[in-house]
Design a protein around this ligand. Structure first.
Ligand SMILES: [Mg+2]
Length: 183
């Protein structure tokens, strides 16, 4: 049986959209842009802040209160039906701010109280790779490293990874095709 490792930020939680909202940007998220670039016009000084330092500014409450994506209930039901709750493992990356780990724990308790397979707050997800494990993640580099380490990876479409928009159902169909045919 295939085991699934599911990313939180950008797949289940609206991390990117909520991050730009914190800085006053409420428009639809533009295609192919990093968070700091989206904020360029509003906050040009952010360009001088490193990626790690940018994300470290977000505290416990930000991570604990991240909104879920609208497709969340449908997607979760689909995942349970397809793989079984016991085969879904949650993996989420902490920032350089230790409060992120605590906030992420709170989010998991709120939204995934019945997950049985487990979860991990882990920096490099490819340490979890094996041939029967499928990582679903919105980061191309996470997917690349996971595949290189011997696992299977499926890039979850989001505007920030530059893939044109599809509905959640369209993305689930892509996922089905990937599982059945490997493409
Ligand atoms: Mg992610």
């Amino acid at each position: 049986m295939m085991e699934v490792i599911l990313d939180v930020d950008g797949v289940l939680a609206r991390c990117h959209e909520d991050a730009v909202r914190e800085y006053g940007y409420y428009e639809p998220y533009p295609l192919g842009m990093r968070v700091k670039d989206v904020l360029h016009d509003l906050h040009p000084y952010l360009q001088d802040v490193s990626h790690d330092a940018f994300w470290a500014k977000f505290e416990y409450d930000f991570w604990a209160n991240l909104r879920t994506h609208d497709y969340w209930p449908h997607f979760w039901d689909y995942m349970n039906a397809k793989f079984g709750n016991e085969n879904i493992f949650i993996a989420t990356r902490p920032t350089h701010n230790p409060a992120s780990a605590a906030g992420k724990m709170e989010w998991l308790h709120r939204h995934l109280p019945h997950t049985v397979a487990g979860f991990s707050i882990i920096k490099e997800k490819h340490w979890l790779a094996s041939p029967n494990r499928l990582l679903i993640d919105d980061s191309q580099s996470n997917i690349d490293k996971f595949v290189e380490a011997g696992g299977q990876g499926f890039l979850w479409r989001q505007p920030w990874n530059g893939l044109p928009y599809r509905t959640w159902l369209g993305r689930v169909i892509e996922l089905e095709q990937f599982i059945e045919f490997g493409v």
